[in-house]
Design a protein around this ligand. Sequence first.
Ligand code: LLH
Ligand code: MG
Length: 384
Amino acid sequence: MKIEKVEGRVFTYPAKRSVDSAGHAHPGPEIQASMGMVTITADDGTQGHAFALPEIIRAHVLNAFARKVLIGQDPFDRERLWQELEHWQRGSQGQLTDRALGAFESALWDLAGRKLGLPVHKLIGSYREKVPAYGSTMCGDELEGGLKTPEDYGRFGEKLVKRGYKAIKLHTWMPPVSFAPDPRMDVKACAAVREAVGPDIALMLDGYHWYSRTDALYIGRELQKLDFAWFEEPMNEQSTASYAWLSEQLDIPVIGPESLAGKHFSRADWVTAKACDILRAGVPGVGGIGPCLKAAHLAESFGMDCEVHGNGAANLAVTAAIKNCRWYERGLLHPFLDYDVPPAYLNSLVDPMDEEGFVHLPTRPGLGEDINFEYIEAHTTSRY
Ligand code: LLH
Ligand code: MG
């Protein structure tokens, strides 16, 4: 079997999300958002697909790297193809990103699953068929009835528990919100949610990502009193020493790194530097399902959990194929948005959650997305 074609396309779909000046997602007026899809086709007609932002899989990236490495190769040689793409990164002057690597590699997994008639988590070797989810809120805002006050977070926490969530992660206020960042406000929001949902719901905080060490230490000590399950990304993750300093002083598990570059290699450095108690890696961020599994297996070898960052089919497949991840990150959630309605380019959700807070793994072959190819075809704005 040989890869014959690597194609990209951009299409539009309606979305009620806007992004603020720091890149955080919030509810907004309905817009036509753009999404990219990479499709890898083998010589027997089998295809694999993966979604990524259009800029990540733009024409230059496909022409200069993906096609050169992938065309004519056996699509089942995922590890060799990933390593060859990864070698291209150094000389690509930053053009071939980890996220692009993740999209191409995910499409190869999708192709393999479709060819063999197996969901990707079964192909990897499944650990479970359903994963408990935590509701991951959007960052705080200044919208009336949104996530403007600690009381808003408390009310939203109650609503999420009614929906079935057994765990909730708060993203609190960050600039450009006028009063952010404010460690005391973050603690008030956490206290309001604990008060609203009671002692049996697991809670986590993912606050402003650029606090000082002393602000992070203050917040961490308050979270300990509120019996939070973990403390995520309160400081710039490029400072491993700061995270080692924080982890040393807190009892609450510090989790990371999420946004740090360096794939599974930087995760190994964090473990040996004692910079975290729980490791973190997400498929797009670390360059694919393979490197995400490597990070998780590394953590397991050190007796640590590795919590998978982010939602979506590929992240869900990894959570189902490892033992040392407690939760699937479902979101981002907001009182104004209904996460249970799939985007127009999918016929159904890839991560449906039951009343008990479990997300059930798709049984479809490949990554398991129920792709609405007709919709995508009708809304394609460019192909390359
Ligand atoms: O800062 C944000 O907008 C969020 O932290 C976002 O990046 C989210 O993906 C996250 O951190 N999840 O854990
Ligand atoms: Mg996070």
